[in-house]
Design a protein around this ligand. Structure first.
Ligand code: ATP
Ligand code: MG
Length: 253
């Protein structure tokens, strides 16, 4: 069964895209057939996959030009596939809202049937219609979070949005977990916030900490994941461990 996982946090720059890319690469490295969907008009995940811009067909083409969703899928030089995103998605967001076409992405993903074991969706740093589409079709959400003073603000909002959607039986989405990103344990505040998180969300916080690691930040400019760029880096190893933890949470229940 295709397990669809949204990576979401309406706060900007918390490591959503880095998590989406490296988790997709890690899952693929464990032989799971993996698709990454870039739902962000910023297109950062798309850049990081290194797919040539000229050949890109986004969900915009699928929605407006009726391009079959399978034709939007591209191979990456990592082991996963991608449906790229970019600026066109701004128009898609407006159209889905104006047309009252909520749930469009869910039906599109169903067309993919059992082609993939995992679909990872990178969402933009807002709770707009694109993010809602992602939350809607996901069976689980992963929340990357930087251990800073205001980091929890917004997360509770996101959690209650997911709960509201679930309560209305619009989705089976549930929060799979919180991932602490860009961790630097020499920073006392980060340590404090991290401990608070463990106290408040003991079953949700992933044990794996993603360290601040420059290799993860460098990899996108080479059009690859951190896993492919520098497999022995701390960052790559952390994302591989996170994928292991995620697999245990999802597949061994
Ligand atoms: N573990 C890490 N170590 C070092 N740099 C990181 C790490 N994670 C993310 N970064 C860098 O931090 C910046 C923000 O990360 P990223 O783009 O993944 O966040 P985001 O939540 O997707 O941002 P946005 O909200 O704009 O979509 C990027 O420059 C990225 O390379
Ligand atoms: Mg991003």
């Amino acid at each position: 069964m295709n397990k669809v996982i949204a990576i979401a946090n309406q706060k900007g720059g918390v490591g959503k895209t880095t998590t989406a890319i490296n988790l997709a690469a890690s899952l693929a490295a464990t032989k799971r057939r993996t698709l990454l969907i870039d739902l962000d008009p910023q297109g950062n995940a798309t850049t990081a996959t290194g797919v040539p811009v000229e050949t890109i067909q986004t969900l915009y083409s699928h929605y407006f030009e009726k391009t079959p969703i399978k034709e939007c899928i591209q191979k990456t030089s990592d082991l996963y596939d991608v449906i790229p995103g970019g600026e066109e998605l701004i128009a898609l967001e407006v159209a889905i809202r104006n047309d009252g076409n909520q749930g469009f992405l869910s039906s599109s993903i169903k067309e993919l049937g059992d082609l993939y074991d995992y679909t990872i969706i990178d969402t933009p740093p807002t709770l707009n219609q694109l993010t809602i589409e992602g939350l809607f079709c996901a069976s689980g959400t992963l929340i990357p979070l930087q251990c800073e003073y205001y980091s929890l603000e917004g997360v509770t909002g996101l959690m209650s949005t997911i709960e509201t959607l679930s309560n209305k039986s619009m989705t089976t989405n549930r929060v799979l977990g919180i991932v602490r990103t860009m961790v630097d344990m020499r920073n006392n505040l980060a340590k404090e916030v991290s401990e608070e998180l463990e106290k408040h969300f003991p079953s949700l916080v992933f044990n794996t900490l993603i360290p601040r690691n420059v290799k993860l930040a460098e990899a996108p400019s080479h059009g690859v994941s951190g896993i492919k760029y520098m497999p022995n880096s701390y960052g790559a190893k952390a994302y591989l461990a996170l994928a292991g933890e995620l697999i245990r949470r999802i597949e061994y229940v």
